[in-house]
Design a protein around this ligand. Structure first.
Ligand code: AHM
Ligand code: MG
Length: 340
């Protein structure tokens, strides 16, 4: 058998090579901090059973958006926070686990703003179902310092989804994957645990155009709008396959690789939808678009939305372009009918 020639590209090499000459290295430092945080989280998840790290905090503590906080949520948040705060690459950060933005000491501030969900899908963790971390990165104008929470909140309101410069996620599954975009396509890496390095294993990810897979929490059916119920009836009549993990990273990762559609619509109980704009919907929208797919919110492209607050939510319909268009056509038909 002929030996396969392997020239593994590490994530570190990939990031350093992707930077323009004479860049100040801030983006590289930020990505190194993220990479280290992801490795710390992966190590804690893999050993959680032995270390007694499953379960929720004993005092029934809730995070900034009202969800119960798992022990691993706190570990994951601390890992992201501590490596990023000392990286000299960011001016401030926002996390699902923090009520307000966290501002970096002015002598350590860099030009980036980062928003992350350190451990998305953590309600699945005790059952050993895949969970992940998601992040989205914006810039502050060079030289601008963030000096207060008020200023950070004001700055948020001037930002748009479309200003996102880079996005990524890590998925802690049967292997640990890290998927990244900085606006030039999407590339995926797998952690080689024997050497502790992420290796480029999925270059140039492109969403398959036609795959009849739909992914949504159908337990919410009775609360959905009529047009969305009609779309779901359509997919059933047309023999689509249902796949829903209930962990956005895992559901989006499958959608990127196998195609189809992932939805979290608004419903009678969640009038803005469930998923958070800055650290769930917008980063995944950038990744999906960069992989050739489509990502829509309530009234248009997710990335065209403006930002009003840190923990803002949005409905999400993303995946293969053709399937997202089909889904939205049910909404358009229903709007046209109601105008008659
Ligand atoms: P979390 O940030 O509290 O973990 O919630 C987000 C998760 C997503 O990963 C997933 O897509 C969704 O919530 C599942 O929600 P549901 O249980 O309502 O289907
Ligand atoms: Mg989340």
């Amino acid at each position: 058998m002929e030996a396969k020639s392997l020239s593994p590209v590490t994530l570190t090499q990939y990031i350093v090579k992707s930077q323009p000459p004479h860049s100040r290295g801030e983006f590289t430092l930020m990505m190194m901090a993220i990479q280290t945080a992801v490795k710390v989280i992966e190590k804690n998840i893999r050993s959680a059973g032995m270390q007694g790290l499953f379960g929720y905090l004993s005092d029934n503590h809730a995070n900034a958006t009202g969800d119960s906080q798992a022990k691993l949520d706190v570990i994951a948040n601390n890992a992201f926070k501590s490596y990023l705060m000392s990286s000299t690459s960011i001016a401030a950060l926002g996390s699902e686990e923090e009520e307000q933005m966290v501002i970096v000491d002015s002598d350590k501030q860099g030009d980036y703003l980062i928003f992350f969900d350190p451990l998305d899908g953590s309600s699945n963790i005790d059952a050993n179902v895949s969970v992940g971390s998601i992040w989205g990165i914006w810039r502050v104008p060079p030289g601008t310092k963030i000096t207060s929470i008020e200023q950070a909140n004001d700055f948020l309101k001037t930002m748009k989804g479309v200003g996102i410069v880079s996005a990524g996620y890590a998925m802690y599954g049967s292997a640990t994957n890290l998927v990244l975009t900085s606006g030039h396509g999407v590339d995926g890496f797998t952690l080689d645990t024997t050497i502790g390095e992420f290796i480029l294993t999925h270059p140039h990810i492109s969403i398959p155009r036609k795959r009849r897979i739909y992914s949504v929490n159908e337990g919410n059916y009775v609360k959905w709008e009529a047009w969305f119920k009609e779309y779901i009836e359509y997919v059933k009549d047309n023999k689509y396959t249902a796949r829903y993990i209930g962990s956005m990273v895992a559901d989006v990762h499958r959608t990127l690789l196998y195609g189809g559609i992932f939805c979290y619509p608004k419903d009678a109980g969640k009038i803005e939808g469930k998923l958070r704009f800055l650290y769930e919907a917008a980063p995944m929208a950038m990744i999906v678009e960069q992989a050739g797919g489509k990502a829509w919110g309530e009234t248009g492209r997710i990335l065209d939305q403006g930002i009003t607050r840190l923990h803002q939510r949005t409905p999400v319909y993303l995946g293969s372009r053709q399937e997202v268009d089909r889904c939205l056509s049910f909404k358009e038909k229903s709007a046209a009918k109601s105008k008659l």
